[in-house]
Design a protein around this ligand. Structure first.
Ligand code: C5P
Length: 357
């Protein structure tokens, strides 16, 4: 029986990017948040004399060869495990391709989970979490393998609310925010992540942002996020650093997510990609305004581009506010989906579908 695995989307609650590094990557500070929306990844695998992978999808834009992150993950995992198998992966796409929702990266983790489930029943050593390891090394090894496949793959081995550092692959679980209504707008525009990084580099050069200066700012931000999500500062107290640019107050993870607004956190949670992507695609800035609806009773708690886009999201206090945002988008001809943020326990308990599809 094939194993069907939910492959959930993520958004970025803030994404702060540093100056370009010598290795071609960028240091960043972000908070990833998984959503209820998902692709369905179905895996069937059986031991064989030689590894043979086959990948199919209901969406013609999904690569069905070694360029696919799910393919890369399965191939790498089998190689590390020293196993050979015939593996079939089917990706039922529901999330946008290249949308800033981490869909491809989530597909990779779902494929790994499916592979381990398929092979692991008969052969406990056919898992990166094999019995030969203690929990410490096996967990670390899975994260390391995921990081080799892509910078925002490891977050999907944690789920819920996750702090992302370094190039995004260094991940730490944060206390989950309360499940929060979320509207995800998926404009027809495509944004290339490497191109968005190149545009960011041009901006850094123009503004003279150096490695040293951005390192200091990112360190300050990572401390600010850790504090805000873990318990925070009393209302009105100054932020983490001496610059005073990060005013924030009480616990973001408290019972009211409206703390996003009440404490002013939403004023410093920003996505740096907006500075370059909105210049290239002004229509996306307009969609953010529609999601945010500032000054209205149904205003978003926070609205932003996700990753490098082109998906944008708004977080809302009530379902009614979220539905009102959907209606505003519909009137503007923008496709959107209503969903909720998905905390870590539900992320894991809902990952495996009851029956193979
Ligand atoms: O790690 P991943 O394969 O997702 O990265 C794709 C590309 O995005 C990299 O080759 C790099 O150009 C860019 N990138 C970056 N800094 C990061 C993550 C990705 O410059 N932190």
């Amino acid at each position: 029986m094939p194993t069907a695995v939910r492959s959930h989307a993520k958004i970025n609650l803030g994404l702060h990017i540093g100056a370009p590094r010598a290795d071609g990557f960028h240091a960043l500070v972000t908070v990833y948040q998984t959503l209820e929306l998902f692709d369905l990844v179905t895996v069937s695998a059986r031991p064989a004399a030689k590894t043979a992978l086959r990948l199919t999808s209901n969406d013609g834009r999904v690569p069905t060869d070694g360029r696919n992150t799910a393919w890369k993950m399965v191939e790498l995992a089998l190689r590390i495990l020293g196993k050979t198998a015939e593996v079939e992966i089917h990706i039922e796409k529901r999330l946008p391709v290249q949308g800033g929702l981490g869909a491809g990266s989530a597909n990779a983790v779902a494929a790994l989970v499916g592979l381990e489930f398929e092979l692991g029943n008969a052969d406990p050593s056919a898992s990166l979490r094999s019995a030969q390891d203690d929990g410490f090394t096996s967990g670390a090894r899975r994260l390391e393998v995921a990081a080799q496949v892509g910078s925002d793959v490891p977050l999907f081995l944690i789920g819920g609310t996750v702090l992302g550092l370094d190039r995004g692959q260094e991940v730490y679980p944060l206390p989950d925010i309360e499940p929060t209504w979320c509207v995800v707008a998926t404009p027809a525009v495509g944004v290339s992540t490497p191109q968005a990084f190149r545009d960011w580099d041009a901006l850094c050069a123009q503004e003279g942002l150096t490695q040293d200066a951005s390192h200091g700012k990112l360190s300050e931000l990572s401390r600010a996020y850790a504090s805000a999500f873990a318990g925070g500062f009393p209302r009105g107290e100054q932020g983490a650093g001496s610059s005073g640019v990060l005013p924030y107050g009480e616990n973001l993870a408290g019972p009211q997510v409206s703390a996003l607004v009440r404490t002013g956190i939403s004023s410093w949670i920003q996505n740096d990609f907006e500075r370059v992507v909105f210049v290239q695609h002004p229509s996306l800035a307009e969609i953010k305004r529609i999601l945010a609806a500032p000054g209205t009773p149904a205003a978003a708690l926070h609205a932003s581009l996700s990753g490098s886009g082109s998906a944008l999201y708004g977080l809302y206090l009530t379902r009614g506010d979220a539905l009102a945002a959907c209606e505003r988008l519909r009137l503007s001809g923008v496709v959107c989906q209503l969903t909720r943020t998905l905390p870590r326990p539900a992320y894991w308990s809902e990952m495996l579908e009851e029956e193979g599809h």
